[in-house]
Every structure is written in structure tokens, then in C-alpha cells.
Design a protein. Structure first.
Length: 203
């Protein structure tokens, strides 16, 4: 399927669904279905953890920027974004402004870096995709989703060991392009190995 079709669907979904997620055109990740590892630089992970810890009671979110090669998505840096969900809901979902994503894609166009995926935090301490996360991952197959569980609030909202997930590209096969987000299908959620985490979280 073409990216144009995908773009239209993503934008429509972002308007129709008041849920968690991001919208825009999908990032062109090379050989994305073969991606098995998410490689973080220490600086990238520290930035994610600090962003999450800055608002421990809310889901924070942002973009993972770098290069995809050799079965690995190599995150060189992150771009924090805004959670524009209703303030009363930010503790359990995030919503990125589509314009923020599109602006980043535009900036990266023609350069060596790509939008590899997204990160967000879970104040409830889980590191698995929620139902809303999974629904939106169907709009962004083959992109890495890094989920950062937060520690107990009493511990100061510490970012704990994250997990990374990817929805196999088959989830976006043309036969399913008219399916709503989260529709049952053959989508295969796969966990990625994360490399580059410190033995101890930096915060
Ligand atoms: Zn989530």
C-alpha cells in the first residue's frame, strides 16, 4: 500500500478517535519488518528517562530519531513532544499533535536520519502496550514503540526498565486498510530487544 493511503487513514483516525496515539504519515523505515533490536545511546535513554520523570503522573511522549540498519533501529536522539490529551486523562493515555510529527518528518526529509518510532511513559508502572496503544500501532506498523514504566510515586516517579514493541508490517496489508484502528486481524505484536540501557537506570 502507498503511504498516501496510510496518511489519509491516520489523519482520519486521529480526528475520529479520542484515544491514545499519534497521527501523520508513517516513517519510511527500511526493512522494518526485520527489525529485532532497538539500540539506544546513553544520551537518548537518559533524555527519555528525564522527560518521563519530569511528569511522573502523566504519560509523556516523544519521537525516536536515528537510522535503521542491519535489523536494528538505532536511536541517536529523541524529540520530546506534547501530550495533548485532555488534562484529566493524561495519566492513562497520550495524544500527540499530528502537526508535531509532520514537522519532524519534514525536517528529516532528505537527510540520513529517520523517525524510527515513538516513546511514551506509563505512570501505572506497566511496560506493555495498552489496548489503545495497540490500536494505534496498527496505524504505524513496523515502527518501534518504547514504553517506560514509572516507579511508585513515593519513589519520586523514577523511570524503570523500558520495553519496546513493534507491530509486524503484515498488520497493514492492503486487505485491512479499511479496518478501523484496533480491528481484529493477523497483526503480530513483537517485543524488541533493547540495547544500550545502563545496568541501573540513570534516574
Ligand atoms: Zn501506553
Amino acid at each position: 500500500m502507498g503511504f498516501q493511503m496510510f496518511t489519509a487513514r491516520c489523519v482520519r483516525a486521529s480526528r475520529d478517535a479520542k484515544g491514545t496515539g499519534v497521527a501523520g504519515s508513517p516513517p519510511p523505515v527500511n526493512a522494518a519488518s526485520a527489525v529485532a533490536r532497538l539500540v539506544l545511546t546513553p544520551e537518548a535513554w537518559t533524555a527519555v528517562a528525564q522527560h518521563a520523570a519530569s511528569r511522573p503522573s502523566e504519560e509523556v511522549c516523544g519521537m525516536l530519531i536515528g537510522a535503521g540498519e542491519g535489523g536494528a533501529a538505532r536511536v541517536a536522539r529523541i524529540i520530546p513532544s506534547r501530550n495533548v490529551a485532555d488534562p484529566s486523562e493524561r495519566g492513562r493515555r497520550f495524544l500527540m499533535e499530528p502537526r508535531d510529527v509532520l514537522d519532524v518528518e519534514r525536517t528529516l526529509r532528505g537527510g540520513p536520519e529517520r523517525l524510527l518510532g515513538f516513546y511514551h511513559s506509563h505512570p501505572d508502572g506497566t511496560a506493555e502496550p495498552s489496548a489503545l496503544d495497540t490500536a494505534y500501532m496498527t496505524l504505524w506498523p513496523a515502527t518501534a514503540w518504547l514504553i517506560v514504566p514509572m516507579g511508585p510515586m513515593g519513589a519520586g516517579g523514577t523511570a524503570r526498565t523500558p520495553r519496546a514493541w513493534l507491530l509486524e508490517a503484515e498488520a497493514a496489508s492492503p486487505s485491512r486498510t479499511n479496518a478501523p484502528p484496533g480491528a481484529p486481524g493477523q497483526a503480530a505484536l513483537r517485543e524488541l530487544v533493547i540495547e544500550g540501557l545502563p545496568t541501573r537506570c540513570p534516574l
